[in-house]
Design a protein around this ligand. Structure first.
Ligand code: AP5
Ligand code: ZN
Length: 216
């Protein structure tokens, strides 16, 4: 299955991506995670990306497209993939179409997760991530058993630099300007399924699976 997860910051893309990629045994490719990995390891790419991410702005298209293009050539993407946070501009979406055409393949579905704006801010600001295994929690909606400690590996939880109210506001603005047009882009191609992401994590997951398996 070749899928894209579309939705504003805090919509639950990363949370759902983990379960979807597990269910269909396809790699979860998050451009945000790739950048954060590079920032942590102080690479040249990380340094370049950090300046944009800290302001809530998009990393330039040419940088992102090259990374995804390389990743999609990996052997584990031959059976499918789940893109999370890419594409984010019409330019990136067109570049992806060209890359997939070059690989004689195409997308199956684009899952658009819709969430009300006030909820988005609360979700992003309350998010905590495990330093060790990357598991995502929420201080209110999905808290760990012990505050600040990962249930899965006992790692320490941290807050992303861009998860403060000001930067989240900017990221939502950028989403509306640059990424929302992709909803029409994929609707016209007949690939779009829209999911109400205001519900609980498990309910949203069930709706996604229903829509992928044609049971809706
Ligand atoms: P990226 O890492 O992609 O962040 P984002 O799109 O802003 O999305 P988030 O990770 O904030 O949210 P999410 O939808 O994954 O939500 P999550 O599941 O964690 O990008 C970061 C930056 O990198 C960008 O600003 C940009 O600078 C750069 N970048 C990345 N890709 C790029 C690209 N293609 N082009 C250019 N630049 C790019 O959930 C959020 C919280 O809510 C969690 O705490 C979770 O536990 C909780 N939660 C989730 N679902 C529910 C639910 N149903 N009910 C209650 N709580 C929930
Ligand atoms: Zn952990």
């Amino acid at each position: 299955m070749r899928l894209i997860l579309l939705g504003p910051p805090g919509a639950g893309k990363g949370t759902q991506a983990v379960s979807i990629s597990e269910k269909y045994k396809i790699p979860h490719i998050s451009t945000g995670d790739i950048f954060r990995y590079n920032i942590k390891n102080q690479t040249e790419l990380g340094e370049k990306a950090k300046a944009y991410m800290d302001q809530g702005l998009l990393v330039p298209d040419e940088v992102v497209v090259e990374i995804v293009e390389d990743r999609l050539k990996d052997q584990d993407c031959k059976q499918g993939f789940l893109l999370d946070g890419f594409p984010r501009t019409v330019n990136q979406a067109e570049a992806l179409e060209a890359v997939l055409k070059g690989m004689s393949t195409g997308l199956d579905k684009v899952i658009n997760i819709e969430v009300d704006k006030e909820i988005l801010v609360r979700r992003a600001v309350g998010r905590r991530i495990c330093k060790n295994c990357g598991a995502t929690y929420h201080i209110e909606f999905n808290p760990p058993g012990k505050p600040g400690i990962c249930d899965k590996c006992s790692g320490e939880l941290y807050q992303r630099d861009d998860d403060n109210e000001k930067t989240v506001g900017k990221r939502i603005e950028v989403y509306l300007d640059e990424t929302q047009p992709l909803i029409d882009f994929y609707q016209e191609k007949g690939k779009l399924v829209t999911i109400n992401g205001n519900n609980d994590i498990a309910v949203v997951f069930d709706k996604i699976i229903e829509s992928l398996e044609g049971r809706d």
